[in-house]
Design a protein around this ligand. Sequence first.
Ligand SMILES: [Zn+2]
Length: 203
Amino acid sequence: MSRLRILLDNGHGKDTPGKCSLRWADGSQLFEYEFNRDIVRRIADKLAAKGITFDIITPELTDIPLHQRANRVNHICNVNGVRNCLLISVHSNASLNHNATGWEVWTTPGKTLSDSYAELFFKRAQAAFPNWKMRSDTTDGDHDKEARFAILRKSLCPAILTENFFMDYEKDCRFIMSEEGRSQIAQMHFEAILDCIDFYEQL
Ligand SMILES: [Zn+2]
């Protein structure tokens, strides 16, 4: 039987304009490319320790164009089978007025396998972050938010995108700059991936 292969995408590069927090009063600042890569690396370490097969789609520090990232994903999908892969793109959020807080997961519009995987992520996040706002859209019967993000739309396999708190809101940003925050976020993703593997094996 095939096993579920986990494709980890860390969005953005060192050179992507605008993908950073404000500079806080103590001079600290978060750069999204660094956060995304650190979380992906932590998840990858946990998967490796469990013997779970994974690929890091964007190991480079620079910004890899979306079509190229999608090509990498789809190459792996074509080799391993579309249904045997799950893409997880890790991000941190920002809002227009720098006043939003919380955690959310995204899929493309419509009901696909991605929604089932996203729901497992949402449940794990809800359990991991009981004191934080869970941002969801339940109008279609599940908790994920839906948009035609390029990496989700262009990927052949089920694909989800996690927005791990708001880097432009100080409370959130302090949390995701902290060791505690990062270790909780990575652990939550790891546990959700184990749930996704269980789910996939029942399909
Ligand atoms: Zn992002």
